[in-house]
Design a protein. Sequence first.
Length: 282
Amino acid sequence: MIVVKNQRFVAPEQWDAQILCDHPAYRWLCAALPLSEQSSFPTPAVLTDWLQQLHLNSVVGFVDALTCQHDPRYYEVFIADTQQVPTRTDNWHDLFGACIWTLFPNSKQALNQRHLSEIALHGSKNRSALRHQLTLFDECGVLLLCPPDQQDLVQALRAHLWQQAFWSERDRWHHGNGVTPLIFGHANYEMLTRPFIGLTAKLWPLSVPAEFCFWSLQQQLEFVDTALSKQIAEFTLTDFRQQMSPLPLLGIPGWYQELQTAVFYQDVSYFRPKRQATANGL
């Protein structure tokens, strides 16, 4: 996979399942959904079928965005009213958004409900501070599934101790009871189709039981969705701000394998130290 440096991002024009097979960031998606078997972008009807196969009682579906482009309702209101998610065809961004709906429907519903509550208070045009945080997580959030004995690694990431967290402790990622990154933000998935130095997400630590790594994929996804949806429903604006902190995506061990050396993590233009002015904050 070619990684470019700091240029304007443009997603691939054509479907290419190999992109998803080549990068470990897509492991969860490809394990749960038959993306690697597709010869073209899955249609909204196919995506709806996948969701309903995984969640038999779900009433949510996907609809071609062109069929509702003249509907006057705001995007979040449309979803709440119709239980249909407008989805552009042949579009990486919307494809990944649909995949997250499929894997984590309760969490996406919780985001939708928080948006609706804010719209009721502030209107759809005046985007509140909380809605900014909701959107930031929805687009750029990366869950760090963290067993009880791995919390110190989260603190190192919070403190921007990148060499310690990514390099010195690289064996604690992806292995058994170590930490496991799981992308939630669909914009991150889209940009990883053509990764570039500078690509940064928002870290969202999520505690999991010590035995989590021994569960089936379905059990793991259900646990994450339940725990995450509860946090989304209950968090205040302050909670959201404190929960999220910068995470250089290509620093995650194995996600930029060719150049991940000790020297790589010394590039402060990407792995930025924590500013002294915010040393006690996020």
